[in-house]
Design a protein. Sequence first.
Length: 194
Amino acid sequence: MLDLHRRTLEHGAAVVAGIGDDQWEAATPCAGWTLRDLLTHMIRENRGFAAAADGETCDRSVWTSPVGPDLRADYLASAARVVVAFGTPGVLERRFWLPLIDADLLYPARQAVGFHLLDYLVHGWDVAVSVGRTVDFDPDLVAAVTEIGYREVPDGPRRRRTGASFRPALPVPPDAPALDRILAHLGRDPHWTR
């Protein structure tokens, strides 16, 4: 799973590195968020997951800390940091505190890494389509995220609540490409364009 995670973050880093300075206010598939908002969210999540991998269990500020004026550099640094944190020997035997999901629980490391993998494949797609790039994830990444997505993010009334991490699932033909199916399951329109 760690190799899948690393590859997903590398894909996202390549897309972020190519964002033009005139694209930060672009719309994204994340309702109400510009590309700047989405990258800010992703930077904070990377920092939070890295801190959780390091054993942090009580400081919420890392999840909401300000980002610098250079979002590209902040994102690339935060992505590299979370990959290093997840690669620390013994990290998969730890439990992660993820207050943005549930501050009262400690999640098994494999589940937490799976959450991050899912989020970053989907957000990698969000970023890419927001800047007009096509996305071509390796089939094994899509298969892993599909398994995680259906297991950890069931469709239902919770996804209709204000502030839900994912919108309700959208219909998609059963013979649609695998990436389209998992995006639709997670409330994304696979044919979204800017």
